[in-house]
Design a protein around this ligand. Structure first.
Ligand code: PMP
Length: 394
């Protein structure tokens, strides 16, 4: 009999949080660390949202338990926001408020999967998905993509990976970690393929507002309405409103999936903290001005990062199309004599030598690449890449 359950022992702790924690710990000791590790905006939460939370603290209604699926007014506001932003028409009862998008991902798989069910997961992928799939008893089937195909999975690849145990597909656009955004035609082709084969899609729309140049976000169940009956949308306030610490996300599913998620949550966490829900209510009911401002800053930093990375000998970086990550290949560096052999070792070496934190691609099933967030100040960004360049060119 195992002392700690085998199910939990099999989880790899989040590599992105580990890199971020290590960088923050070194900084606390006084080291001049620059971290490209964090998946969070460097802006404070907009003031109007903070004010709504302050008012909520004093309202005794928020001092009590509230419905497990979320405050009714927040579920309604999320339904309205979804109609406004992606054009997806849903009833508030289909919305389940969760403790962040991460919790929505976990609950989506818990609700959909039985042991042995297979889930197609295009790689490189955000590190949480396979763990959430495994915890729900499912089996991840990786569908590898590379920079050559813009990190986009094709219907042919998905079809080749499909078996009679395939229950669901994970679809993420804009993508963490690759920054890829699927063009509408490809979203449509993938949605139609899923409908044809009765496959559920868990679609993570958390970066919906962060796209650049002429890349545009398209919501799967809007592009392919027939998919709505087998589609779970994951979203949250973290990235759009610089609210990572408030822990509010949601899932939107067909009636049976949403009801199952509420039932699970009624035993698992009960309601999300009411003050955070009130802050989220102010966020999703308010304007998108702050998002536009952040997006403009990210767009500028994206260009700088892309240019500086490609100037380093042996580094090749695709132009990020969305989210706030660059995902360069370091293959040309690893090939050089005297350099580390893997991006995991390279990232550790860079942190040790020049106090710059990057997340090795191994964390995302993308060895040879690394993820660098461009959600940090312009000066830090240039200084950080400059230090990497000096080290690798020396
Ligand atoms: N989905 C994706 C693709 C993400 O990158 C993240 C955050 N790293 C989340 C979901 C979860 O965000 P949160 O739990 O902070 O809402």
């Amino acid at each position: 009999m195992a002392r700690i359950s085998q199910r939990i022992s099999a989880i790899a702790p989040s590599a992105t949080l580990a890199v971020d924690a290590k960088a923050k710990a070194l900084r606390a000791q006084g080291a001049p660390v620059i971290s490209f590790g964090a998946g969070e905006p460097d802006f404070p939460t907009p003031e109007s949202i903070v004010e709504a939370a302050l008012a909520a603290v004093g309202d005794t209604r928020n001092h009590r338990y509230s419905p497990a699926g979320g405050l009714p007014e927040l579920r309604e506001a999320i339904a309205a926001k979804t109609r406004r932003d992606s054009g997806y028409e849903v009833d508030p009862s289909q919305v389940v408020v969760t403790n962040g998008g991460k919790h929505a991902v976990y609950n989506a798989f818990a609700v959909l999967l039985d042991p042995g069910d297979e889930v197609l997961l295009p790689a490189p992928y955000w590190t949480t998905y396979p763990e959430a799939i495994a915890l729900a008893g499912g089996t991840t089937v990786e569908v590898p993509t590379t920079a050559e195909s813009g990190f986009l999975a094709t219907v042919e690849q998905l079809e080749a990976a499909r078996t009679d145990r395939t229950k669901a597909l994970v679809f993420v656009s804009p993508s963490n970690p690759t920054g890829a955004v699927y063009p509408r035609e490809q979203v449509e082709a993938i949605g139609r393929w899923a409908v044809d084969h009765g496959i559920w899609v868990v679609t993570d729309e958390i970066y919906e507002h962060l796209t650049y140049d002429d890349h545009q976000f398209s919501s799967l169940p809007v592009v392919v309405p027939e998919l709505a009956d087998r589609c779970v949308v994951v979203n949250g306030v973290a990235k759009t409103y610089a609210m990572t610490g408030w822990r509010v996300g949601w899932l939107i599913g067909p009636a049976d999936a949403a009801a199952a998620a509420v039932s699970l949550q009624s035993h698992q966490t009960s309601n999300v903290a009411n003050v955070s829900q009130q802050a989220a209510l102010a966020a999703v009911s308010g304007p998108l001005d702050a998002v536009a401002e952040m997006r403009a800053a990210f767009d500028r930093r994206r260009s700088t990062m892309h240019r500086l990375l490609n100037e380093i000998d042996g580094v090749a970086c695709m132009v990020p199309q969305g989210a706030f990550y660059a995902f360069p290949s370091f293959a040309g560096v690893l090939d050089r004599a005297g350099m580390p052999d893997t991006t995991a070792d390279l990232a550790a070496w860079i942190l040790e030598q020049v106090q710059v934190a990057i997340v090795p691609g191994e964390a995302f099933a993308g060895p040879g690449y690394a993820r660098l967030s461009f959600a940090l100040g312009d000066d830090d960004l240039s200084e950080g890449i400059g230090r990497i360049a000096d080290l690798l060119n020396s």
